[in-house]
Design a protein around this ligand. Sequence first.
Ligand SMILES: Cc1cc2nc3c(=O)[nH]c(=O)nc-3n(C[C@H](O)[C@H](O)[C@H](O)COP(=O)(O)OP(=O)(O)OC[C@H]3O[C@@H](n4cnc5c(N)ncnc54)[C@H](O)[C@@H]3O)c2cc1C
Length: 382
Amino acid sequence: MRSIDVVIMGLGVHGSAAARELAARGHRVLGVEPSAARAVTGASRGPLRMLREADPSRPELNALAQESAARWRQRDPAFTGTSEAGFFRSAVGVLITPSRDADRWVGRAGDRLREIAPGDALLAGLALGRDRIAMADDRCALLDAGAAVRSLRSEAAELGAELRFGSRIRLAPEPPTGHGRLRVRVLDGGDPEGEDVTAERLLVCVGARTRELPAWAGVPGLRIEPAPMQIARFASPPLDPRRPRFHITHEGDDRFCLIPMAGGDVQFGHFEQPAGVVDPMTASRARDLAALRRYLPGTGPLRRLTTVPACYTAPPAGDFVLRWGTPRTATLVACSGVGFKFAPAVAVRVAAALEGQTPHDGASISQAATTFLDVGNGTEHH
Ligand SMILES: Cc1cc2nc3c(=O)[nH]c(=O)nc-3n(C[C@H](O)[C@H](O)[C@H](O)COP(=O)(O)OP(=O)(O)OC[C@H]3O[C@@H](n4cnc5c(N)ncnc54)[C@H](O)[C@@H]3O)c2cc1C
């Protein structure tokens, strides 16, 4: 039977980043993913992800975001600033908010936000509405999600990780016991028997599928929320394509984002749901399109609308959670809705935890504002 150091279940952005990081540190890694090698499914699917190095709604994560941005930039061999060649593109983040709330956001973002004059090209085509102001943050980026994940996977493979696609791992209802190595069964599509491997550690990164895990490997209090993203093409491109950017509008608890894409498409959707939306997946198409038309009144006839279904995973404190199910198995869940960008920096903390830490000591993670849930006594380490 083959012997592995770390088996990773799920190769979305977090499993792929962990596989790369662990392989770079010299571990024998086996990553297992049900979808095909070039496919990116789960929450990591869909064209683009926004990256803000200073997010006024999550300032406690800014240091982690800045570290992640630097790691993504380094990792993108085609990075040339605004070029569309690679997966990391520098961009401007435009925040549109009622004037009465502006001070609150400026206060939290430090001096990064500058007010944009109504005639600025960044606002061309956009209806600000009365009593709303727009502010820009120049140190943002857009990540091509599929290309970023595939790049992490190929780096992991080049560093020696074995990545198996079209395969899956099923966890037993009872936790693995004893202090010996784990035995993990990898099920291949064409082979119902599968293959058993022994492993030092198992890292579970299955996103929304975490809710289907047996209790010992799950994350207590995890909420799963449908969160689709829309991609539309209109008769005439509605936004000035001169600078890569994304827009975020705030109105109470309703947060909506729109991202101009290459070729005139627009990616948009609610990234924080207005209160009272019971079934966002069903409600989203019409509601998101109505919100887009409010902000982009000159869009003209709709040529195509695609909904990319996905889910947010919301751990109890809206934080990252690495929960030790047993001394050798841990489950990682990213903070909801904004977790993609952090993957390379979170992977460093996760690798360190898998390598060195005893399961009941979250100390070295604290600098990352990452919560490690300790199943042993139910305490949280910050
Ligand atoms: C609509 C939407 C918009 C978002 N926008 C942003 C944004 O702008 N910026 C940002 O930073 N973040 C954003 N996020 C959040 C970010 O996309 C997620 O936090 C991140 O993709 C989660 O990645 P993951 O690897 O944890 O999970 P996933 O990507 O869901 O990966 C889980 C993987 O596990 C696999 N799997 C399932 N079962 C098994 C099994 N039995 N064995 C092996 N593998 C299995 C799945 O196939 C999948 O590939 C957004 C999320 C959504 C849904």
